[in-house]
Design a protein around this ligand. Structure first.
Ligand code: DER
Length: 229
């Protein structure tokens, strides 16, 4: 499966940049999962030492434990050296849409704290305008879902409550909130939209990441072989 290979290769390439004696933000999603696995491999082989991770979700916490990466919480550290995380869309200005895994609230805390935030994506995630291929996730406290949906519609979006797949009813985030996915034709001004949506009463965080990503690592298949650009 070429997409899986791309995710593995770009996850491996990002993990290769992790240095000894560093604090690493551990992202969420299937691509970041490979980076977590390969950081664990490098630690097990002794290639790197004294690396601790800050998880961005229950998913990344479970994976870090599975691959024996020691974990710390944010009250125990004063910086994060590098964060490695996926994205659902990347535009030419390195702005992102994240939240496909409903983890964007903790991800934005960790990714924006990191001195270097590395985004790991396959080439299918590259877009000209945010919002053109992916719905924008918005984490909302349950009692405010109805008024927030009305406000998002007034902003030109088509909001829908994210329902569980193997769970009856709506998806519940690691914070115990709900997620509204919003369809926009495209997002003209991501910086403005990010602030405007977060300012709606009841909204905890949305999946627009402006000015957070430092390095975008893209997995491509060139002549049948995965390449990182
Ligand atoms: O939820 C998230 O923000 C994830 O990083 C997601 O957007 C990317 O997940 P993927 O690597 O499985 O596509």
């Amino acid at each position: 499966d070429p997409v899986k290979t791309m995710k593995q290769e770009v996850g491996r390439a990002a993990a290769a940049r992790v240095k000894s004696d560093s604090i690493v933000g551990l992202g969420s999603g299937s691509t970041a999962a490979y980076a977590i696995e390969y950081i664990g491999d490098r630690l097990a082989k002794g290639e790197i030492k004294n690396v601790v991770g800050v998880p961005t979700s229950f998913q990344s916490e479970v994976l870090a434990k599975q691959f024996n990466i020691p974990l710390v919480t944010l009250d125990a550290i004063d910086h994060i050296d590098v964060a490695i995380d996926g994205a659902d869309e990347v535009d030419p200005d390195k702005n992102l849409i994240k939240g496909g895994g409903a983890a964007h609230t903790r991800e934005k805390v960790v990714d924006s704290l990191a001195k270097e935030f590395i985004v790991v994506v396959d080439e299918g995630k590259l877009v000209d305008k945010l919002g053109s291929t992916f719905l924008l996730p918005v984490e909302v406290i349950p009692m405010a879902v109805a008024p927030v949906m009305r406000s998002l519609a007034k902003l030109g979006g088509k909001p829908e409550l994210r329902m569980g797949v193997k769970k009856a009813g709506p998806v519940v985030t690691d914070q115990g909130n709900l997620v509204i996915d919003v369809k926009f034709d495209h997002i003209k001004n991501p910086a403005e939209m990010e602030k405007e949506i977060n300012n709606l009463p009841g909204v905890l965080e949305n999946g627009i990441f402006v000015g957070v990503a430092d390095i975008i690592m893209v997995g491509k298949i060139v002549d049948g072989k995965p390449e990182i650009v």
